[in-house]
Structure formats: C-alpha cells, structure tokens
Unconditional design. Structure first.
Lengths: 389, 389
C-alpha cells in the first residue's frame, strides 16, 4: 500500500425530498448567487420551481445562467465568470449532472483569477482560490458532486481537459434518487458506465497489497451490476436508483483510490472521442474500456482473474487463469451491451478515419504517455482505438 | 435505504514516516498546544521524541498531559481542561490510541463550556463548540481518529458513557502502520475485535435495500479476517498492519452506516462490563457480540445467513438457512478465539455475581432499551449476559 492523504469535506444530503433544503444550505454561504443549469429538463420536471422556491424562502437572491451542454464548453464558463464578477456573486449553485457541476467549478476557479481560466486546464497555472459551489444532483454518473475535479471542452480545437484541485470540492451535494426517475434509459446506462469506469480506473493498478480498497471497489461494482438492470426495467424503483446514486458518489470521492496508483488511460482516450464526436462520455467509456482491457490484461493476469471471479462470479480456472481473465472482460462488454450502450466505435457510428488524430491529441503528438497500469504511447492508443473499432 | 447526511472532514495522512508531519499540521491551527498521551510506551518506541522534534521544528510550543488510561477517566479530562484554560491553550494533539483521543476530545469540548463536561456525556447539555484536536494514532481500534465520538468513564460510580457531536471530528489523523509494530498481540487482537464490532453494529440492521453499504461492510470484515492472523504471526508485516489500520478508520468514519439504522446494543452492554471490570473494550466486545447474535438472530435469519456466506464463506443451506446463520456466529466466535481473545465472561475471569447490576445500569433501571435491531430491555440484557457466561 502506498502512502496517501485522504480528505473529502463535501456534505452529502441524501434522500427523498432533500432538494427542498437547497435554499437553507446555500444561505450559509451567500445571499446572492449564480443558479447554473442545463437545458429545460429541470423546468419540465418541476425541480427548477422547487429550488427557486427554496432559495426565495431562504432569502437568497439569484441570477441564472442556463444552457450547459454535455461536454461543457469553455465559452459558457467565460460568460459565467463575467456575470459573477459584474454582479459581485460569491457562490454558485449547480442544478444538474456532471456537466453542470464541472461548468460551475470552472466558473468558481475563474472568477478570482486574472488570466484565462483555460490556463488551469492546460496546467499553465495553479488554482489558489475558488468560489464555493453547491450542488443539486440530477444524474448519477460523474461523481463531480463530491470530487475535486472538473472537465471542460475548449471549442477552439475541441480539446477536452480536466482539472483536479482541492479548492473545488463542493460544499454540499444534495442527492435525491427520485430526481433520476425521469432520466431516459440511455442516459441512466451512460451514467452506470461512467461510475463503473471510475471504479475500474482505480481497480487496475500495479500497487500490491491493497486488499481493503480492492474489496471496496468490488462492492461498488457488484452493486451497480445488480441495480442497473432494475432501474432500466422500472425507472421508478427507488431502491435501485438510490443504490446507483450513492455508488456514483462513493466511487469518485477518492476513498477507493487510497493507497494505490490509479490508471485513467481509458478516460484520457475517451475524452478524445467525445471531444470530437460529442457522444456521451459514458458511451465512450463503454467502447474504450473493454478494448483497453484486451490490450493491457497480460500486465497482470491474476488481477484480471480476480476481477472476473469476484465481480462477475466467473469460476476460476486454476489451470488457465488467462481464460478466466478474458471471461471477465467479456462479461463487462456483455453488461454494457445489455444496458443498450455501444461497445465498439461502429456501434456508435464512428468510422476509423480519425483514429490517428485522436491518438495524436491524446498523447500530445507522442510527447507524453497516458495511463499508469501500462504507460501508453501514441501507437498504443492507436492500437486500442483499433481494437475498439 | 433511509435518508441520511454524510460528512467527514478529517484529513487522513497515511503511511510510513508520516508522524514527522505532526508539527507542520499542528502549526496550521495553533502556536501553543496541549500534548496529550498515555503511559510510557511512546517514549520507549521513540515516537515521543519524533513528535516533540517535529513540534519544535514547526515552532509549536507545548505543555504535556500524560497518564491517559484505557477506559479514559473523567478526572484526567478535568485536569486537562484546567491546564488549557490556565495556559490559554487552543489546540490538543493526541498521541496514542482511542483512549487518548477520546480524552483529548473531552478536554476539547470542556474548555469552552462553563458547566461540568460530564453533562455532555449524560445528555444534560449539548456541545456548541470545541477546541480543534489533532491525532497521531498508535492503536488501530476505536476509529476515534476520524469519528465524531468520545467515550469517557466517570470514576464516581464507574459509568462509561459516550458523546457524539460533529464538533469533535479531529482536524487531522496521522496514521503510520509502522507505529503499530510494537503492539502486544493481545492489544492488536482487541483492536481487531473493536473494528469488527464497529462494522457489525452497522451491518445488523432492519433497514431494507442497503446493498452498497452491506457490501462495503463485508469488504471491511473480510479484510480484517485475512490480515489479523498475519499481523499476529509477524508483527512487522507492513501490509497486514496497513490493511488493519486503514480498515479501522474507514469502519468508523460513518460511511458504512449511511442510509441504515445502526444497532450499538453490544457496545452499550460491553461498556457496563469494562466500566466495572476494566477489561479491554475489544475483549469485552468479543465476549458480548456472539452472545448478542445468538439472542437476536431470529429477527432476520436471512441477514445472518448472508453474513455467514459472504463474510465467512459458509456454504448456504438452501433448505435450512438457520443452520447457515448459526454457522456464521460460530465462525465469528472461532475467529475471536483464534486471536487469543476471551469469548465468554468465564474466559475473562468474570463471574456472574454482577450480571443483574450491569443489566440494570445499561438500561437505566429498565427505564430505557438499548439497540435497535432488537430493542433490549433489562431482562433481555441480562439474558444476553447469561448467554455470555
């Protein structure tokens, strides 16, 4: 087990009706805020009205910035920064999924910074301070409600880049599983793939002696595998929705990665796909992860066999562990397929004309590698994309 | 799953050599502190010197209060409160195990309170503020390094009572598994029993639909079961020590209890035993828990069967689940025994002369019940103590 520091200060408020607490929680931080959300879905479901009522009852004044898209854009972030500066706003309430939260976090770090906020995403500058952010979550997927991360897409060149800094842990995350009843099945499935991926990025590690976190990861994955089909079959199954929602947060609050090297190559590769083709991040991960696994599993056949046995209940083949390992990968692919997700670029109607371009961007023209379980150069990323065809 | 709020702000600094960071972490909160510890063991091992050096290097002035005993006493707490008031001290650094930390927390809530600090432990007063506390942990057991709880024994009547308040989450917990190499095996075993108990108090619940937390609990228990024998066989097995230490914290940082009713009857009953007989808390739990289980398992045979199958790898008897449930309880008892712990009052050389007195104190003369999986009145507690004979 490696040395580590673990701290996650976000207050999680979980359960039925909890969105009504948004105003009171917000009031602890500010009297005037930016209410940040996506399209019209929160107006259709009535969530917008509930949150607005709760803000008014708490005496919180708000300005609105809507229009956050999946793969949230830098241009809207810059608009948000301007509004906050002009209006003296010191708190952002994000109502939505990972894209809205990530956009809110980007505004939060951008407001007190004199340069271009994109500097933080390219590593050109380091975050020193940020406005506080609160969250009412509508999509369990990104884990951004209690993570120190934000991913933004720069339309100028379609670069999708991530930022991680302790300054952007949300102050609170309000999680009501009922708010996810109206998610289309495809979006629920994409969320599940994203959560699985957050766990698998941590699970496949070269660090030895990580029994507790291995088992915690397995607990999260088994819970998802059991509950995702229930939520798709009956979107109003509270219990299934609650299991998925709580798993999404725990999967990405850093606990599962304590003491171990994490990988994140599949996320890096997926960012190039959804950066160019604008498909859902979860769908991209369902395509990339099985291909990545096939490319790297020989690095640690026993770890992949453990994944197959403990997570997928595959019988261990004592005389051919590699067969067990491969069965686990196949099970994962079948699971994603059963949820209605693409598991190849072809399934997502992406041809092979830009594989080289994606491999090139992902590795900054072969000047850096991605991942740590196996360090992947441009050719390796290209080969994985080819396996994903 | 029940509605819940989850927040745990403690910063965990885990791994080899981390005790050297005690000074720098402390300096963030205060220039003058109370250094609180137990007997001479931290002087023998050299930990005292390391911490003192690190405090001096960070420019932190300190006064010392040593002498914390297992089942920490109210009288020493009151001494600590006086010192802090007189010397204007605003931070307490606890170096030790759960007893030292709990004692430090009691001092921390007592300093700013005008009444008797025991009021907080009897429920007569509510904590409104507390001094910040930091921890260098030497015994993985109580989980107090990142919990909002403290248990103190009042020598006047030998009452052992607990306090839970968000004000006493430690600011930081420094956890170096190497510091546990010198623990006597019996103390390691007592710690493991305490950690198991913290998980089991949460695991045995009447709340339905708690799959993620069930599985997280099972992950923790399996990790303990695998690593405790290794640590006893080879006290310098870093990996086993690290798994036990990290499990001890995660087991009691509230995550495993999210969304579920917890029990805590076994802790309440045990407090009466160790309050009177001054045996180690973990040893008392190893005695009480199997007896409690035998008394309550019919409340939910399937939950006890799940415990047997998933935690102890017992084969499920589809035609007689009760047999499976009982096998799980037997396995737990065998495990505690194999660690060298008492599993009956007789093993601990406690006769049956004061069972009635303990049952009486535990239930405030039969005016309240303990536990929630099954609510236990005085007679029920007496019956459990009788089963533990």
């Amino acid at each position: 087990m490696n040395n580590f520091i673990f701290q996650n200060p976000t207050k999680i408020i979980f359960g039925k009706g909890t969105e009504k607490l948004a105003g009171a929680e917000t009031k602890k931080y500010a009297d005037k805020i930016l209410l940040h959300y996506g399209g019209g879905s929160i107006k259709k479901t009535g969530l917008y009205d509930t949150v607005v009522k709760s803000l008014k009852e708490a005496g919180v004044e708000f300005l609105e910035l809507s229009g956050v898209q999946p793969n949230p854009r830098l241009s809207l972030v810059q608009q948000g920064i301007e509004i906050c500066r002009k209006e003296g706003i010191r708190f952002i309430l994000a109502v939505g999924g990972g894209s809205v939260i990530d956009s809110a976090k980007a505004i939060a770090v951008g407001v007190p910074y004199e340069g271009n906020v994109w500097d933080f995403y390219t590593g050109k500058a380091e975050v020193k301070e940020a406005l506080p952010v609160g969250v009412v979550l509508t999509i369990p997927a990104a884990g951004s409600e209690s993570s120190p991360s934000s991913v933004i897409t720069n339309e100028d060149g379609w670069y999708k880049r991530g930022l991680t800094t302790d300054h952007i842990f949300p102050k609170f995350g309000i999680l009501n599983p009922e708010l996810t009843y109206t998610l289309p099945n495809y979006q629920t499935a994409c969320g599940v793939a994203d959560i699985m991926a957050h766990i698998m990025e941590r699970y496949f590690t070269n660090t030895n002696d990580v029994e507790l976190t291995d088992r915690l990861c397995e607990a999260g994955m088994k819970t998802l595998i059991n509950n995702a089909p229930k939520a798709l079959a009956n979107p109003q199954d509270y219990s299934a929705r609650a299991e998925i929602m709580w798993t999404s947060t725990v999967a990405h609050n850093n606990l599962f990665g304590t003491g171990r090297e994490e990988d994140w190559a599949s996320h890096d590769i997926e960012h190039e796909i959804s950066g160019i083709y604008d498909i859902a991040h979860g769908a991209g991960l369902a395509i990339v992860f099985p291909a990545w696994m096939k490319y790297v599993y020989k690095q640690d056949v026993q770890r992949f066999a453990q994944f197959a046995v403990r997570v997928w209940d595959v019988d261990y083949n004592f005389f051919n562990p590699e067969e067990t390992a491969l069965k686990g990968i196949e099970k994962l692919k079948e699971f994603f397929s059963s949820l209605g997700l693409p598991v190849s670029l072809k399934d997502a109607e992406i041809d092979d004309s830009r594989l080289e371009e994606m491999a090139d961007k992902c590795t900054a023209s072969d000047t850096k590698t991605v991942g740590s379980f196996v360090k992947l150069n441009k050719q390796a990323v290209y080969d994985i994309l080819t396996l994903a065809k």
